[in-house]
Design a binder for this molecule. Structure first.
Ligand code: NAD
Length: 499
C-alpha cells in the first residue's frame, strides 16, 4: 500500500513534477505533426501545469497506421491469452508502484482531492487492469449443439483497431475501463484523453511500454474533441470507437460512425440519476450520508451523481435537514490536502456553467437550502459550495438537465408510485437508488426503475464483476465485467462440414 503523505509532501512533489507532454505514437513520445501545443491548467490555482502536444487528423492517421500494422502482424493480437495476461498484470503492478505520482497528476490536472485520486482513481484503475488480465485466459468460446455431421464453432475475435475517447471527470479510471478489456481481448488501442486532463494518459503510455506492450498496440493522442476526437470518429480504418462523455457528443459519434465505415460505436453518456427514499427506509442517517456523497463526491462531476433526491412526504423534512448538515461539512478545500473532501471544478467554463444552472434554479422558483456561490475565490481556482435546492418539481430545468456539479435537487412526493414515476420521467437512464426496508418493495420497485444500475440501500454499489452503462440517452453497451469484452470482439460462427 502507498505510504501516506501530507499536504506539504504533495506540494513539494508537485513543485518538482515534470509530466510527459508529448503524444505517444508508434512506441515513441513525439510532438504533434503540426508542432502545436495547448496548455493544461491546474483548476485549483488557475495556473498552467504544462504545454501538451495538440494532435489532429494527421497524428490520428499516423497512429492508426501503426495500430493497424501491429494488429495485422499479430504481435499482440496473436499472443496467447496467458501472455497478454502476464503483460497486463505487470501494468497493474507498475500503476501501483507509481500510484502517488499518478494520483498527483490526476489531482493537479482536474482538481479532485488527492486522497480520492489515490484510493479510487488509481486504486480502482489498477484493479480494473488486473481483473481483465486475470479474466482473459479463463473465458471460453462455444461449440454449437449441431450433431455429428458438422462442427459449429462460435468464437470471439478481437475487433481490430479500437479508439477510446474519454472525459475529464475520472480520466484514468474511464480510460482503464476501456483499454483494459480492449487490450486483454487482443486489440490495438488508441486513447484520446479529454483536453482538460491529458496527464495520466501520457503517464499510462510510459507504464504500458515498461510493462512490455509491443510498439503500436497502445498509443495516446492528446488533443481537442472537434479535431482529434472527430478525426478518430470519422476514420475509415478504426473498427471500434468506445466513448465516455456527454450525450451531446455521444450523438455526434453515432453520426461519425454512419458517415464513415460503420465502425462499432459504444457510448457511455450522461445521467440525471434519481435517489428515491421511501418512508420505510431502515436507516435515515445512512440514506442522508449517501445522498450527500452521491452529489458532492468528486465535486458532483460524476455521471451517476444522485442529483435528484426524491423523498416521500413523511420523512422529507428530517432527511433534508440531515443532508444539509452533511453538505455544510463538505466545503471545498485544497485538493492537495489529504483531509480535503471536495476539490475544484475542472475549469472556469464548467464552473460558470454550474453557476448558471444555480441561477436558473433560483429563477424557476427553487428554494436555495444550502450554498449556491463560488468558493475559495482568492485561490485563483474554480470552486463551488455544496448546493442544495428544495421545493423542486421534476419539470424544472435543474431537475431535467445534467449539471455535472455539486447541485442537488430535492423533490417531495406523496408515495412510492409517484416516486417511481418521477424517477423514470427523465431522458437519461444511467443509475437509480432506492431506499426501503421492505424486501418485496426493493424487488418490485427496482424492476420498475429504468436504469442500467439500480442501487438498493446504497449509492454507487458494485465492483468489477458488475456491468456498467445506461438505458435511454445514457448510452449503449457496458463497461466493466465480462460483458465489456463483447464490445471489443466480433462474434464469429465457423461451420465445419464433417460429411
Ligand atoms: P464531453 O462529451 O465534452 O467530452 C468527452 C470527450 O469527447 C473528450 O475527450 C472530448 O475531447 C471529446 N469531444 C468533445 N467534443 C467532441 C467532438 N465534437 N467530436 C469528437 N470528440 C469530441 O464530456 P466531458 O465534459 O469531458 O465529460 C462530462 C460528461 O461525461 C458528462 O455528460 C458525464 O455524464 C459523462 N460521463 C459519463 C460516464 C459514463 O460512464 N456513462 C462516465 C463519466 C462521464
Amino acid at each position: 500500500m502507498a505510504k501516506s503523505l501530507s499536504a506539504d509532501d504533495y506540494r513539494q512533489m508537485a513543485a518538482e513534477l515534470t509530466p510527459r507532454t508529448q503524444a505517444f505514437i508508434g512506441g515513441q513520445f513525439v510532438d504533434a505533426a503540426s508542432g502545436k501545443t495547448f496548455a493544461t491548467v491546474n483548476p485549483a490555482t488557475g495556473t498552467v501545469i504544462a504545454e501538451i502536444a495538440e494532435c489532429d487528423a494527421e497524428d490520428v492517421n499516423r497512429a492508426v497506421a501503426r495500430a493497424r500494422a501491429a494488429f495485422a502482424d499479430g504481435r499482440w493480437s496473436h499472443q496467447s491469452p496467458r501472455n497478454r495476461k502476464r503483460v497486463l498484470l505487470k501494468l497493474a503492478e507498475l500503476m501501483r508502484r507509481d500510484a502517488q505520482h499518478l494520483a498527483l497528476l490526476e489531482t493537479l490536472d482536474m482538481g479532485k482531492p488527492i486522497a480520492e485520486a489515490l484510493a479510487v482513481d488509481v486504486g480502482s484503475s489498477a484493479n480494473c487492469v488486473q481483473w481483465y488480465a486475470e479474466a482473459v485466459d479463463k473465458v471460453y468460446d462455444e461449440v454449437s449443439p449441431s450433431g455429428p455431421h458438422a462442427l459449429g464453432l462460435i468464437t470471439r475475435d478481437p475487433i481490430g483497431v479500437v479508439a477510446c475517447v474519454v472525459p475529464w471527470n475520472f480520466p484514468l479510471l474511464m480510460a482503464s475501463w476501456k483499454i483494459a478489456p480492449a487490450l486483454a481481448a487482443g486489440n490495438s488501442v488508441i486513447l484520446k484523453p479529454a483536453e482538460q486532463s491529458p496527464l495520466t494518459a501520457l503517464k499510462l503510455a510510459e507504464l504500458c511500454a515498461e510493462a512490455g506492450l509491443p510498439e503500436g498496440v497502445f498509443q495516446v493522442l492528446p488533443g481537442f474533441g472537434p479535431t482529434a476526437g472527430k478525426a478518430l470518429g470519422l476514420h475509415m480504418d478504426i473498427d471500434c470507437l468506445a466513448f465516455t462523455g456527454s450525450t451531446e457528443v455521444g450523438k455526434l459519434f453515432m453520426q461519425y460512425g454512419g458517415q464513415s465505415n460503420l465502425k462499432r460505436v459504444w457510448l457511455e453518456c450522461g445521467g440525471k440519476s434519481p435517489n428515491v427514499v421511501l418512508s420505510d427506509v431502515a436507516d435515515l442517517d445512512k440514506a442522508a450520508f449517501h445522498a450527500a456523497l452521491g452529489i458532492f463526491y468528486n465535486q458532483g462531476e460524476v455521471c451517476t451523481a444522485a442529483s435528484r433526491l426524491i423523498v416521500e412526504d413523511s420523512i422529507h423534512d428530517a432527511l433534508l435537514e440531515k443532508v444539509i448538515a452533511l453538505g455544510q461539512a463538505m466545503q471545498p478545500g485544497d485538493p492537495l490536502d489529504p483531509a480535503t473532501k471536495m476539490g475544484a471544478i475542472v475549469d472556469q467554463r464548467q464552473m460558470q456553467r454550474v453557476l448558471g444552472y444555480i441561477d436558473q434554479g433560483v429563477r424557476e422558483g427553487g428554494v436555495l437550502a444550502l450554498g449556491g456561490r463560488q468558493a475559495r475565490v482568492n485561490s485563483g481556482g474554480y470552486f463551488i459550495e455544496p448546493t442544495i435546492f428544495s421545493g423542486i418539481s421534476n419539470d424544472m430545468t435543474i431537475a431535467r438537465e445534467e449539471i455535472f456539479g455539486p447541485v442537488l435537487s430535492v423533490i417531495r412526493v406523496k408515495d412510492a408510485d409517484e416516486a417511481i414515476r418521477v424517477a423514470n420521467t427523465c431522458d437519461y437512464g444511467l443509475a437509480a437508488c432506492l431506499w426501503t426496508r421492505d424486501v418485496t418493495k426493493a424487488h418490485t420497485l427496482s424492476r420498475k426503475l429504468r436504469a442500467g444500475s439500480v442501487w438498493v440501500n446504497c449509492w454507487d454499489g458494485g465492483d468489477m464483476t458488475m456491468p456498467f452503462g445506461g438505458f435511454k440517452q445514457s448510452g449503449n453497451g457496458r463497461d466493466k465485467s465480462l460483458h465489456a469484452l463483447d464490445k471489443y470482439t466480433e462474434l464469429k460462427a465457423t461451420w465445419i462440414d464433417l460429411t
